[in-house]
Write a protein that binds this ligand. Structure first.
Ligand SMILES: [Fe+2]
Ligand SMILES: [Fe+2]
Length: 229
């Protein structure tokens, strides 16, 4: 996979414009990881190196952060740590089982439930080590335990975690990952992912984001776009 472009290699405009950019703190949506979430991320990431769960989690964290911006009544001190920790439990299962959560042949309910339970246990240990208060640990582990199998959302915080988890599938990384998992062409992956995302979201904000992600992803692969290079 190629990394996003980090530095421009050409300047068609002919002048250095960088002194004229606004301050990042004044611009919506460019914040990245919060300082206070870094210890959680650093403790969790060793449990996430299974089937791209590390990268999936990073993107879902960014999406959850955006959904929290759109829902100021949500508690991002619950949503964001829960997002980081939600899939740590896959580390306790065989890598092959990770695909169970979205397989078109039908999911494996035992594996799904086991990764939720193991994830809640790992999350509790990490949060306790980091000195999180009991109430906060309880809120976060309740979301982790059931994040895939529970059909309803227990709270807005829970809904935002569930929605961010699913929205990752529509990102470029999510689509490439699902293509590799199941040997699908890009259009086939769009069909599988679309069938598992749009009608399974809890918030209007996530439904709108899903439509925008899908629109961009589909145009990325239609001949009218690809022929343009
Ligand atoms: Fe999961
Ligand atoms: Fe996930």
């Amino acid at each position: 996979m190629t990394l996003p472009r980090q530095n421009p290699t050409t300047n068609h405009y002919g002048r250095d414009v960088t002194d004229h950019l606004p301050a990042a703190r004044d611009v919506v949506g460019v914040a990245g990881f919060r300082e206070q979430d870094l210890p959680v991320w650093e403790a969790a990431v060793e449990h996430l190196h299974v089937r791209s769960n590390d990268v999936h989690t990073a993107y879902s964290y960014g999406i959850a952060s955006a959904l929290c911006d759109l829902h100021p009544e949500a508690d991002r001190d619950v949503v964001l740590p829960a997002m980081i920790l939600h899939d740590t439990g896959w580390s306790m299962l065989p890598p092959q089982d990770v695909l169970a959560a979205i397989s078109p042949t039908g999911s494996n309910p035992e594996s799904v439930i086991r990764h939720e339970k193991e994830g809640a246990r790992i999350a509790e240990g990490i949060l306790r080590d980091l000195g999180f208060p009991d109430e906060r640990i309880d809120q976060i582990t309740t979301i982790v335990d059931g994040h895939d199998s529970r059909r309803e959302a227990l709270s807005l915080n829970d809904a935002l975690v569930k929605d961010s988890d699913k929205l990752w599938r529509l990102t470029p990384h999510g689509i490439d990952t699902v293509m590799d998992w199941f040997g699908l062409t890009r259009p086939q992956a769009h069909v599988l992912i679309g069938s598992r995302v749009h009608d399974h979201l809890f918030t209007d904000a996530a439904r709108t984001m899903a439509r925008a992600y899908a629109a961009v992803a589909v145009i990325d692969s239609v001949p009218q776009r690809t022929v343009l290079g």
